[in-house]
Write a protein that binds this ligand. Structure first.
Ligand code: HMG
Ligand code: MG
Length: 298
C-alpha cells in the first residue's frame, strides 16, 4: 500500500543554492524561503553552517536566518558538520540540525576532509550536544546508491553507516542518492539492508537527485515500502559542489504532481510553488529543469 500523507522535506534553499556558480543575494534567498512557506511547505532546510571557504554560496547562513521570519509550525533545519558549525547554528537559534555522513571513503575525504571512520568522531559530539540542547537531529547518508569515484556502493555498507548515525542519536536518516544513479530495485535493496541492520522504515527519509531521470520512480518505490518523508527541491535546483556529476534534486513540483495523482496528502500549493520556481529561475537567469514547472508556467 501507499501512505495517506507524505512530509515534503524541502531542500531548495540549501541543496539547491549551494551549487549555484554565482552567489545568490541574501535578500533573494530570504524571499525564496518566505515564498516556500507561503506555498504551504512546513520543513525548509534553509542553509548550512559549513566552512565558508568550502561552500561560499552559503557563507551568509547567519544573516539569512536573521532575515527569515521563522513561523510557528514551520521547521527550519540547517546542515552542521562539526562543533564549530553547531556553535554557529545555536547562536542563530536553530531548532533542528542535520549532519551529513558519507557511505564511501572517497567522498568522506572530498566532502568532509575526513576518512570514513574519522567522520563519526566529528559527528558524535555534534549529535550529543545538539540533543542535550533539545534540538532535533537528522542524519544524511550520502552516496547511498552510487559514488562517482568508487562506483556501486554495497547496501550493507550504507546500512552500517546509517545504523551508526541512528545509534548516535539521529532521529531521522535520509538516504542520499547524491549523483542520481539509483533505480527503483536498488531502492528496495537499500531499504532492505537498513531494515536488516535494525533501522526501521519509519526512521527513513529519501533524498533523490534526478541526474538520470529516476527520482520520481525511486520515490514511488520508497513510498511503497512505507517511507513518508521525501526530500525535494523547488524547481529541481541543486547538486553537490564536491560530487562530480551531481545535478538537481527531485523537483518539489514534480513530486507534488505525482502525490496529487496518487491521492496522497502533502499540504503544498502547487500553483504557488510553480510561481516561486519561475521567479527563482528568472533570478538565476535560466529555465527550471522541473518538467512540471515548465508545463505549468508556459
Ligand atoms: P577542515 O578544513 O578539515 O576543518 O574542514 P577543520 O576542522 O580542520 O578546521 C579548520 C578551520 O576551519 C578552523 O579554523 C575552524 O574553526 C574552521 P582555524 O582554527 O584554522 O582558524 N571551521 C569552520 N568555520 C566555520 N564553520 C564551520 C567550520 N568548521 C571548521 N562549520 C569541514 C572540515 C567539515 C568543516 C569542511 O570539509 C566542510 O565545511 N565541508 C562541507 C562540505 C559541504 O557542505 N558539502 C555539501 C553538503 S553535503 C550534500 O550536499 C549531500 C546531501 O545533499 C545529501 C546527498 O545528496 O547525498 C546532504
Ligand atoms: Mg543532495
Amino acid at each position: 500500500g501507499l501512505p495517506h500523507r507524505v512530509t515534503i522535506y524541502e531542500v531548495g534553499p540549501r541543496d539547491g543554492l549551494q551549487n549555484e556558480s554565482g552567489i545568490v543575494p541574501v535578500e533573494v534567498k530570504a524571499e525564496f524561503v518566505e515564498r516556500l512557506a507561503d506555498a504551504g511547505l512546513t520543513t525548509l532546510e534553509t542553509t548550512s553552517f559549513v566552512h565558508p571557504k568550502w561552500v561560499p554560496q552559503l557563507a551568509d547562513a547567519a544573516d539569512l536566518l536573521e532575515r527569515v521570519e521563522r513561523r510557528a509550525g514551520v521547521d527550519y533545519p540547517v546542515l552542521v558538520p562539526n562543533e564549530r558549525g553547531l556553535d554557529r547554528a545555536l547562536q542563530a537559534g536553530v531548532e533542528h540540525v542535520a549532519i551529513f555522513a558519507s557511505a564511501t571513503e572517497t567522498f568522506a575525504g572530498k566532502n568532509l576532509n575526513r576518512t570514513l571512520d574519522e567522520q563519526f568522531g566529528m559527528f558524535e559530539p555534534v549529535v550529543t550536544r545538539a540533543r542535550a540542547e533539545g534540538l532535533r537531529v537528522r542524519g544524511y547518508v550520502s552516496m547511498a546508491f552510487g559514488d562517482p569515484w568508487e562506483g556501486a556502493v554495497d547496501p550493507a555498507q550504507v546500512a552500517g553507516v546509517g545504523r551508526r548515525l541512528v545509534e548516535m542519536g539521529c532521529g531521522q536518516l535520509s538516504l542520499g542518492d547524491t549523483i542520481g544513479t539509483g533505480t527503483a530495485g536498488h531502492v528496495d535493496a537499500v531499504i532492505d539492508a537498513c531494515v536488516a541492520a535494525g533501522v526501521g522504515v519509519d526512521t527513513l527519509a529519501v533524498h533523490f537527485h534526478d541526474t538520470y531521470g529516476q527520482a520520481l520512480a525511486n520515490t514511488l518505490a520508497a513510498l511503497r515500502r512505507g517511507v513518508t518523508t521525501v526530500d525535494a527541491s523547488a524547481g529541481g535546483l541543486g547538486g553537490c559542489p564536491y560530487a562530480e556529476s551531481a545535478t538537481g534534486n527531485l523537483a518539489t513540483e514534480d513530486l507534488v504532481w505525482m502525490l496529487d495523482g496518487l491521492g496522497i496528502a502533502h499540504g503544498a500549493d502547487l500553483a504557488k510553488l510553480v510561481d516561486t520556481s519561475a521567479w527563482m529561475a528568472a533570478a538565476l537567469g535560466r529555465p527550471s529543469p522541473s518538467r512540471v514547472v515548465r508545463a505549468l508556467s508556459g
